[in-house]
Design a protein around this ligand. Structure first.
Ligand SMILES: *Cc1c(COP(=O)(O)O)cnc(C)c1O
Length: 387
């Protein structure tokens, strides 16, 4: 068989296996041209699936800031920030981020993913220990694997398990790093950050939190966490990742994080937008509080555990059930993505609702009624008990 034929056969077989498990994914062109409305296949849907919690991707003031930055400084940064790509807007953004998180300094990466695959290997290596919450984001696991350190997962949000692992293994290693999402991306719950910071202090370990889904929409008391990363790609409405930390840590990261050193600086328009978003959030706290308030309206109406963030999961169990539920909601004009393995554990496929500042209350209530009458009856007993 010629090489190209065996390559195509390989890809086709892998795809067929995914298809058979309802796990094959497709790109669908999504036209987003006003706040949370999306047009797909000619149909206009109200999205409860965007991470654009404050609808800033379409906000006139943020667009204007991005256009102005592009006109003044150009479309791209032209190089790694360590060579010629460090345009004038980075410093303004990093100063604001550090002030917001109460740290001495901050540095911006190309994305949140690039931040985690750069930061973790720059801080931990072969002789070190990483403790990672089992539900941490994929890019934390990618960074952990790249580091070459010993990686142990602790049960989700379990201080007891994390403490046991530290007691058993901390002394075998030079440094230890505890890593967790602050807001868990597929469950919407929060890590016990203050308690984790105490535990870290007791064991001379460093705590790193990933606030990708919290920045701007979930009040964060950082509890002196020394390593606070996050993204500009969600509530901020732009793109990019960041780390807030002490001056020496940030200087080390700029020297050693390979995804910082060997990747091009973000474009001026992106950074200009992020600066304008942080200003808007600081100026309009009531607006920034809306996504969580809407999520709580939804969870309270359905008798679900009170939302702790703008993310609310509804677990259906089998991947096919989640897909069917998502299709039912699409028929009624709502875009709610089905989340399946490997993003979530097998048997916990779900609808993941994200609430945004400009969702009309009447539509949230119409969605709630649909869940009650059309979707809840689809949930099998197995799924309800998460077995
Ligand atoms: C989305 C996400 C990231 C990745 O951020 P990007 O800027 O989209 O690359 C990292 N961590 C968590 C917890 C996330 O949800």
């Amino acid at each position: 068989m010629p090489a190209i034929a065996s390559l195509n056969a390989f890809a086709s077989a892998k795809l067929a296996a995914l298809e058979a498990q309802s796990l094959r994914r497709q790109l669908t062109e999504s036209r987003r041209d006003e706040a949370m409305w999306i047009t797909r296949n000619g149909k206009r849907l109200l999205s409860f699936s965007c991470n654009d919690y404050l609808n800033l991707t379409q906000h006139p003031e943020i667009i204007a800031a991005s256009v102005a930055a592009t006109q003044r400084w150009g479309v791209g940064s032209g190089g790694s920030r360590l060579v010629t790509g460090n345009h004038v807007l980075f410093d303004a953004l990093e100063t604001k981020l550090a002030a917001l998180k109460g740290t001495q300094a901050a540095t911006v990466f190309g994305s949140g993913y690039l931040a985690n695959v750069g930061i973790i290997p720059a801080l931990a290596g072969k002789s070190d220990l990483l403790l990672v919450d089992e539900l941490a984001h994929a890019c934390i696991w990618a960074g952990a694997t790249l580091s070459g350190a010993r990686v142990l997962r602790f049960a989700h949000n379990s201080l007891t398990h994390a403490a046991e692992l530290l007691a058993a293994h901390r002394l075998e290693h030079q440094h230890a790093l505890i890593i967790t999402d602050h807001v868990f991306s597929m469950d919407g719950d929060l890590a016990p950050v203050a308690a984790l910071q105490n535990l870290a202090t007791q064991h001379d370990a460093w705590l790193m939190t990933d606030d990708a889904h919290g920045l701007g929409v979930v009040k964060s008391s950082s509890h002196d966490v020394p390593l606070q990363m996050g993204t500009l790609s969600k509530a901020i409405g732009a793109y990019g990742g960041y780390l807030c930390a002490s001056r020496p840590v940030i200087d080390l990261i700029r020297n050693r994080a390979r995804s910082f050193v060997y990747s091009t600086g973000l474009p001026p328009g992106t950074i200009g937008a992020a600066i304008a978003s942080l200003d808007l959030i600081a100026r309009e706290p009531d607006y920034a509080a809306r996504p969580l308030a809407l999520a709580r309206r939804f969870t309270s109406a359905l008798g679900l555990p009170e939302a702790q963030s703008p993310i609310v999961p509804l677990i259906l169990g089998p991947a096919a059930a989640a897909l069917a539920a998502s299709q039912k909601l699409a028929d009624a004009g709502f875009l709610v993505a089905a989340i399946r393995p490997p993003t979530v554990a097998p048997g916990t496929s779900r609808l993941r609702f994200t609430f945004t500042a400009q969702h009309p209350v009447a539509e949230v209530d119409r969605l709630t009624a649909l869940i009650r009458t059309q979707i809840r009856p689809l949930i099998t007993l197995d799924a309800a008990t998460r077995t």
